[in-house]
Design a binder for this molecule. Sequence first.
Ligand SMILES: NC(=O)c1ccc[n+]([C@@H]2O[C@H](COP(=O)([O-])OP(=O)(O)OC[C@H]3O[C@@H](n4cnc5c(N)ncnc54)[C@H](O)[C@@H]3O)[C@@H](O)[C@H]2O)c1
Length: 256
Amino acid sequence: MTDHNTRTDMLAGRVALVTGAGRGVGAAIAARLAGNGAHVAVNDVHADRAEDVAQELTARGGHAIAAAGDVTDPEAVARIVREIHTSSGSISILVNNAGIPVTGIPLTPFSESDPAEWESMFRLNTFAVMHLCREVIPIMTGLGWGRIITISSDSGRTGEAQMAAYAASKAAGASLMRSLAKELGPSGVTCNSLSLGTIAPDSADSEALASHARRYPVRRLGMPDDVAAAVLWLVSDGGGWTTGQTIPINGGYSTS
Ligand SMILES: NC(=O)c1ccc[n+]([C@@H]2O[C@H](COP(=O)([O-])OP(=O)(O)OC[C@H]3O[C@@H](n4cnc5c(N)ncnc54)[C@H](O)[C@@H]3O)[C@@H](O)[C@H]2O)c1
């Protein structure tokens, strides 16, 4: 996790729940929010990862708690939200980040794909987002202010051969943001998704990475902090007029 020395209190008084924040993109988002004054609940299905990140953010002077649990389990989601609400008094930012990196998904031709794989992808990338939104929206509308951001993928926006289940489930999560934006705009709650290109994994063959990076006009893969910077803008006051959007964070990648 990179430590960004530029710290502000622009998010003072905001309480954020970041799912899947025990490593990778989610950990960078949690760090960026905590570094700018938010109280951050660090969720992960791996409790040790959530604890480690929360402790590191606290050691750096931020306010963070671990909120372990499996976001595909509606009862766990209800418990997580209840515990954060009780300990912190509100939840005004939700970042739906828990998921699987695109590089971790085996390529499977559609005709060979297993319906069980489809169910598991939709449980994680769509239903978990729905369960979390159901729990936090009443809190946010009560505050008259909220930000919901779902981390989606270029696969969902443009389609992806041999990854149809992942792509469709990510597209559904982004679509949910567009519908909720229309319902919740009058209540002060914005809902957007970020469509990520490939984020450089921590460990990978540098030759393969360099070759992959050539697909991108900026000639590099994304870093978790590229995503965290976009989240910070969306949750800032300056992001308040942006809702219902699927924003590519992808180094200019395009299929055309
Ligand atoms: N890495 C990429 O290239 C890439 C590209 C496009 C989209 N994305 C999306 O970005 C998000 C973050 O990806 P990443 O690369 O940081 O992945 P990562 O595997 O490094 O981190 C994801 C974290 O989510 C947690 N998690 C998984 N299932 C969970 C569950 N059911 N409940 C709670 N936590 C859970 C994992 O334990 C892990 O710590 C994901 O939604 C992914 O689909 C990633």
